[in-house]
Design a protein around this ligand. Structure first.
Ligand SMILES: [Zn+2]
Length: 256
């Protein structure tokens, strides 16, 4: 084998082994401190919106900078073990697993973010009242990072710092009891409901926020944040939930 062939072979192997998304958006997100980024299964036209949403949320809530460490676009479709129905979330947000440095993982479903029909589907979801008005591939990221703010409150409450490896008991308390159990979110949303005289489990709540927001307190919080960041004129319930969230965060940090 000649020297030039070896070089060719190397070049070929290097290209094939390239497992890192080097798109400008992925590089920008890495520069913002999100270590693991792969948006290769996401259509290019949605990527800028993802970067913009992360940037805006990081500016408004710098605490998310230490938390969000992974953004991946993958096929998230799965069959529900209980019902046998196909679950096809648009995106998910959650903590890392046990035994690794603590942080948040944003997963984006390539079934939707890889489809040109996605914006029109979301438009219909908003018109049907399922989601807050004007939901877009970008505004879904606000929603997901809204879950990140909830996770931040649970971290503060349990004393688990981003990047540290919590012991099993602290992890379970933070993730299972608090984050999954909607701790804090319930209090925040109920306070906002009391401010406006709206019952959480009422049709009124769906109409003033979204049907999806009524599914549980964590989703209510995330939908409110999506609307506040996505709209020039957020409606009163979304704004009230966000205001109560800000107040709750300040109290938790001993600032008020
Ligand atoms: Zn959600």
């Amino acid at each position: 084998m000649s020297e030039s062939n070896d070089k060719l072979l190397f070049g070929f192997l290097n290209t094939n082994n390239k497992s890192i998304d080097m798109s400008p958006e992925a590089v920008e997100l890495r520069n913002m401190g999100v270590n693991n980024v792969d948006l290769r299964s996401c259509l290019p036209q949605y990527r800028i919106g993802i970067v913009t949403a992360v940037k805006e949320m990081f500016n408004a809530h710098p605490e998310l900078r230490g938390q969000l460490n992974t953004i991946k676009c993958d096929n998230l479709d799965r069959v529900c073990v209980k019902t046998g129905r196909l679950l096809s979330p648009y995106a998910t947000y959650g903590p890392v697993n046990k035994g690794v440095p603590f942080g948040g993982v944003l997963k984006i479903n390539s079934k939707h973010y890889g489809s040109r029909m996605f914006p029109s589907k979301l438009k219909k979801n908003s018109e049907d009242g399922l989601f807050v008005p004007n939901t877009t591939p970008q505004s879904i990221i606000y929603h997901e990072l809204g879950h990140g703010l909830h996770l931040e409150i649970c971290s503060l409450n349990t004393g688990v710092k981003n990047g540290s490896i919590p012991d099993n008991a602290s992890y379970d308390e933070l993730v299972i009891n608090q984050y999954m159990g909607d701790a804090h979110a319930e209090e925040i949303v109920e306070q906002a409901c009391a401010d406006l005289g709206i019952e959480f489990e009422s049709r009124d709540f769906s109409e003033n926020l979204s049907k999806y927001g009524r599914s549980d307190y964590g989703e209510a919080l995330a939908e409110a944040i999506a609307e506040v960041f996505n709209s020039k004129n957020p409606r009163p319930l979304a704004q009230a939930i966000y205001n109560r969230l800000l107040q709750y965060l300040k109290r938790m940090r001993g600032e008020i």
